[in-house]
Design a protein around this ligand. Structure first.
Ligand code: UDP
Length: 195
């Protein structure tokens, strides 16, 4: 089996490099692929939220962000070997985008933060195309406008930082309408990039 379940949440049995390789295959395909990186907190959250658990289980790539999941897997002899922090996977994805002339969109965090993160990312990855940013504090009624804003610029990669489970639910809800190759829930990572 290539996946395991921890308290009902699916994880792909991959080390960091294989997870990254899987991401690169997503970039060659047409359908929007969803990447989730749950930590123990999210797995606990998913216990009382069936919709959230099902969404995590439908991730095209779901990898453990945090040692808690690895420890749980050891206790249950489930062979998850390596923790795959979302922030590290994001960095590898940014490096890939930089090398391959791919475009990204940063969606989430407080107003002004994604712009700042975009600046920092551009400093580090001079070749990357940051085609848009959008803060994560919007009116429900603006959701479709945000979807349009993203689709107009057709980013290859969409990073969504709305906190869990909001970001995973948003990605799942719009996955069929999104004009992106990869959508990834990144939690606090846009804040981290902004510094
Ligand atoms: N966030 C957002 N909209 C919201 C709630 C949260 O954009 O309605 C952002 C928040 O500003 C932060 C990110 O989501 O940048 C992650 O939030 P948090 O640290 O609570 O989530 P975690 O990383 O623990 O999943």
């Amino acid at each position: 089996k290539t996946t395991v379940k921890i308290l009902g949440v699916k994880f792909d049995k991959l080390d960091f490099d294989d997870a990254y390789q899987r991401f690169t295959t997503f970039m060659m395909q047409d359908e929007t692929k969803m990447i989730f990186t749950p930590n123990s907190e999210l797995v606990m959250m998913a216990q009382d939220d069936d919709a959230f658990r099902q969404i995590l289980n439908e991730g095209d790539l779901t990898v453990p962000d945090g040692i808690g999941i690895i420890l749980a897997s050891r206790i249950h002899h489930l062979e998850l070997t390596e923790r795959i922090p979302g922030i590290d996977l994001m960095a590898k994805m940014l490096a890939y985008a930089n090398r391959s002339n791919k475009s990204i969109f940063l969606f989430g965090a407080k107003p002004g933060v994604a712009e700042k993160a975009a600046q920092k990312i551009a400093e580090q990855y001079g070749n990357i195309k940051i085609v848009g940013v959008q803060d994560g504090y919007y009116d429900e009624r603006d959701e479709l406008r945000i979807l349009d804003k993203i689709n107009e610029v057709k980013p290859d990669i969409l990073f969504v930082a709305l906190g869990a489970p909001k970001q995973e639910k948003w990605i799942y809800k719009y996955r069929k309408l999104l004009n992106v190759k990869v959508a990834m829930g990144v939690g606090g990572s846009i804040d981290v990039w902004a510094g």
